[in-house]
Design a binder for this molecule. Structure first.
Ligand code: SF4
Ligand code: SF4
Length: 115
């Protein structure tokens, strides 16, 4: 089974991805590449490209709804870790559904993860 996120990427082109600046403080143990972030306010950064009317994270590679993946997957920030694809762990995910709907994609179902 190919993971459904690899033919989606919708959440990376729908939400503002904001997090504490320390996540990109590589000298202090942060892992997010600073060059892929932009300053949001005193305490927070956003993934570059996500704080705009039509967001698209600069780290997203490929075409939404066809073939897409995170170019910094191992170093992605906490909001990206926290967004679990719908039904991957047996639970719905309104965020996943919303992002997919915004890109004209149907919601995932439990069958999306059937092998
Ligand atoms: S919207 Fe859902 S299926 Fe699409 S990439 Fe994000 S988590 Fe994966
Ligand atoms: S860092 Fe990766 S997972 Fe997070 S929004 Fe950007 S492309 Fe998506």
């Amino acid at each position: 089974m190919t993971h459904p996120c690899l033919s989606c990427g919708a959440c990376c082109a729908h939400f503002r991805v904001a997090f504490h600046w320390m996540e990109a403080d590589t000298e202090g143990g942060g892992v997010v590449p600073p060059e892929f972030t932009e300053k949001l306010d005193m305490h927070r950064l956003a993934m570059h490209g996500t704080n705009q009317k039509h967001p698209r994270c600069r780290s997203l590679v490929g075409k939404v709804g066809e073939a897409a993946h995170c170019g910094i997957y191992e170093r992605r920030p906490s909001p990206c870790h926290d967004l679990i694809p719908a039904w991957e762990d047996g639970n719905p995910s309104p965020q996943c559904d919303r992002a997919r709907a915004a890109h004209g994609l149907p919601p995932l179902t439990p069958e999306s993860f059937a092998s």
